[in-house]
Design a protein around this ligand. Structure first.
Ligand code: IVH
Length: 667
């Protein structure tokens, strides 16, 4: 068959594009297009190659399963290849799959298990005689990366199984939505590039050379299969899932045995509707033949098994109009443009704003006020403009530029060097003061409970507070003069402010809002220098010598304390009785592996009191909260657990018994 030139060229172009995006996705963890855009390119290439098989080249991206290993991590050859799944996008494709299966199964009765397709990163966990010995990414399906130490920091991965078995378990590591939002908020505040969605965040956190970073990222896992295995006690996929749970693995509870494809389709529809209620993102469903014997009879192609298929949900997008673009000034003076949208229903909520990130984003996408745009939610959470519908332009659209002057204080706005961010240069910009104070009182900083943005605004507007030190001069009458402030709240607030005077030093250092200095860096600095006075005197060279403190942090610390105004602020905080010294070494370096992980304790523990458990968790950087919410990672249930147990179950929070907790504390 002769192949028209334009088809040949298109295939070539698609291969180049796919390789490029594969590289961005797998190697750099920085994808530039959405999954559905990527799927569309791949589908187009597959259909061209199906029609013109002569066009298939051995190195076509359709001929391999995944990406390439990252430099620095050693590689692992999988005993059993980690295959990929064929995709179905519509109901008829599921029916076709069923017909293919039935045709090969020669009239045998087929039942399926339908389960959620977790949007994370596939991993393989190898256990020898019950002991976790090696963990790897999928890589190209044949060879993955060795990420054993990183996986060991995920507390729900058992280090030892109930039985001394040798088997390889497969599952999906993911980042819960709440952890993703928390991580990106933190990264934004610290001028670090944002992750596009929880899956990229999970991949970036797992494919790390430093396990301490993985440990701080609140990752989770659901296991859903086995690779190499010497166990013969399960005969069906359903039994395998039960077996995995029994051995101590986390298995997603939402799976269903379906007697025919009709039941599969109904179950898929239920989750397509309900998917936004989950605490993690799913991008579809996976349908597997239940009988393992039938699975092995059907076998696999070199790429994917014939006994399973992924049903991909359509991307959730909505079309709406940009009514206006506003600019917000953040704590570090960064001006962030935000699109004000005609409200539209998207992925379960009404969306009326979408971040436009920075000037470059607006320019690259050529976004204008009045444009009709397609919006989606990055990682199911953050509304974003994906594309402008240029064919809907009327000529009345207006281009937008970041103002030259700060909309809050009028100071000059500058873009430095390569930075995408534009910043207000006004040292006393009220927006920066406000955002700085919000940060200062926040939970991870000075933790002044009851001092929310509304009160801070009032305090600034009434000129009672211009910086953090002013908070410590507030009197009861000052507070009583504020709107809706009663006697009791005023008293509570004063007590909370007073309590913060004796906070550990790192909280103050973090609270000062020095660029690039996040919580971890603040702890390292507090540990190393022991007092704010010594930190003020530190040189860049001394700072860089501390492991984990890079040149950007060092420069930023020195620049911060070089400014008279900032040294004055510290002095006034000291005069107000705020603690500026380390009482003791607070951070046991390297032992912060529970950082960012929130536990809730319920019921009676045997080996230790709840207070002791709390102290131990906190000494490893974890948090203990009194109530279960979507940000709870683990509920530790002792004897006679209360209603928290029920709530944790409803929210899908992992429940640990006392042994489970001890494993965490001992690892
Ligand atoms: S089974 C032979 N089950 O989806 C492939 N995969 O597109 C066996 N995934 O590589 C995979 N949830 O990373 C399976 N419940 C689930 C899954 C699941 C997510 C991922 C996995 C796989 C990819 C295939």
């Amino acid at each position: 068959m002769t192949i028209p030139d334009h088809i040949r060229n298109r295939a070539e172009q698609l291969r180049e594009q796919i390789n490029h995006h594969n590289h961005l996705y797998y190697v750099l963890d920085k994808p530039e297009i959405t999954d559905s855009q990527f799927d569309a390119l791949m589908q187009e290439l597959i259909s061209i190659e199906q029609k013109y098989p002569n066009l298939v080249t051995p190195d076509s991206p359709t001929q391999r399963v995944g990406g390439r290993p990252r430099e620095g991590l050693s590689t692992v050859k999988h005993r059993v290849p980690m295959l990929s799944l064929g995709n179905a996008f519509q109901e008829p494709e599921l029916k076709d799959f069923d017909s293919r299966v039935k045709a090969s199964a020669q009239d045998e009765k087929i039942s399926y298990v339908a389960e959620l397709k977790i949007d994370g990163l596939a991993v393989s966990l190898l256990y020898e005689n019950g002991l976790f010995v090696q963990g790897a990414t999928r890589g190209d399906g044949e060879t993955g990366e060795d990420i054993t130490s990183n996986l060991k920091t995920i507390p729900s991965i058992p280090l030892r199984l109930k039985n001394d078995v040798t088997m390889e378990v497969r599952g999906e590591v993911y980042m819960p939505k709440s952890a993703f939002v928390q991580l990106n908020t933190y990264r934004k505040e610290n001028d670090k590039p944002l992750f596009a969605n929880p899956r990229n965040a999970a991949a970036g956190s797992l494919r790390q050379l430093d396990p301490a970073v993985t440990a701080s990222r609140n990752l989770q896992i659901f296991t859903y299969g086995a690779g190499y295995s010497e166990i013969g006690s399960y005969k069906t996929h359903y039994q395998l899932l039960e077996y995995l749970a029994d051995q101590g693995f986390r298995v997603n509870p939402h799976y269903q045995l379906c007697v025919d494809i009709g039941e599969v389709i109904s179950y898929c529809k239920i989750w397509e509707e309900k998917r936004h209620q989950l605490e993690y993102t799913i991008d579809g469903m996976v349908i597997k033949i239940n009988s393992l014997l039938q699975q092995s009879n059907l076998g696999s192609t070199f790429k994917s098994p014939r006994w399973a298929i992924a049903f991909k949900f359509p991307p959730e997008e909505a079309v709406t109009q940009i009514k206006d673009i506003i600019v917000r000034v953040g704590r570090t003076g960064v001006l962030t443009p935000t699109a004000i949208l005609e409200p539209v229903l998207l992925a379960g909520t009404t969306v009326s704003r979408a971040t436009l990130h920075n000037e470059d984003f607006i320019e690259t996408k050529d976004i204008r006020i009045g444009d009709t745009v397609i919006v989606h939610k990055a990682g199911d959470i953050i509304p974003e403009v994906v594309q402008v519908k240029k064919d809907r332009r009327t000529g009345n659209e207006n281009t937008f530029q970041i103002p030259d002057e700060c909309p809050e204080c009028g100071a000059t706005v500058l873009r430095q060097g390569e930075e995408a961010a534009a910043r207000c240069t006004g040292a006393t910009c009220p927006a920066q003061v406000r955002e700085g104070l919000i940060h200062f009182v926040s939970r991870s900083a000075m933790d002044i409970v009851g001092l929310g943005p509304a009160i801070i605004n009032q305090l600034i507007d009434s000129d009672l507070v211009n910086d953090a030190a002013d908070l410590y001069q507030l009197q009861k009458e000052d507070l009583l003069a504020l709107e809706r402030m009663g006697e009791k709240s005023a008293q509570n607030l004063l007590e909370a402010i007073d309590k913060s005077r004796s906070n550990p030093l790192y909280r103050l250092i973090f609270g000062l809002g020095i660029r690039h200095v996040g919580e971890r860096a603040a702890k390292l600095l507090a540990d190393e220098f022991g007092s704010i006075d010594s930190l003020i005197l530190a040189s860049e060279a001394e700072l860089i010598e501390i492991s984990e403190i890079g040149p950007a942090i060092a420069e930023s610390v020195v620049t911060f304390f070089d400014q008279e105004q900032n040294r004055g602020l510290v002095k006034r905080l000291q005069q107000a009785g705020v603690n500026t010294e380390s009482q003791q070494t607070e951070v046991n370096k390297g032992e912060q592996r529970l950082q960012g992980i929130t536990f809730v304790l319920t019921g009676t523990l045997k080996g230790l009191t709840r207070q002791e458990a709390k102290e131990k968790i906190e000494s490893l950087g974890g948090k203990v909260s009194s109530s279960v919410s979507s940000s709870t990672a683990y509920l530790v249930a002792g004897d006679k657990p209360g209603s928290k147990y029920q709530k944790a179950n409803e929210l899908g929070v992992t429940i640990l018994d006392e042994d489970g907790l001890n494993k965490f504390l001992e690892v």
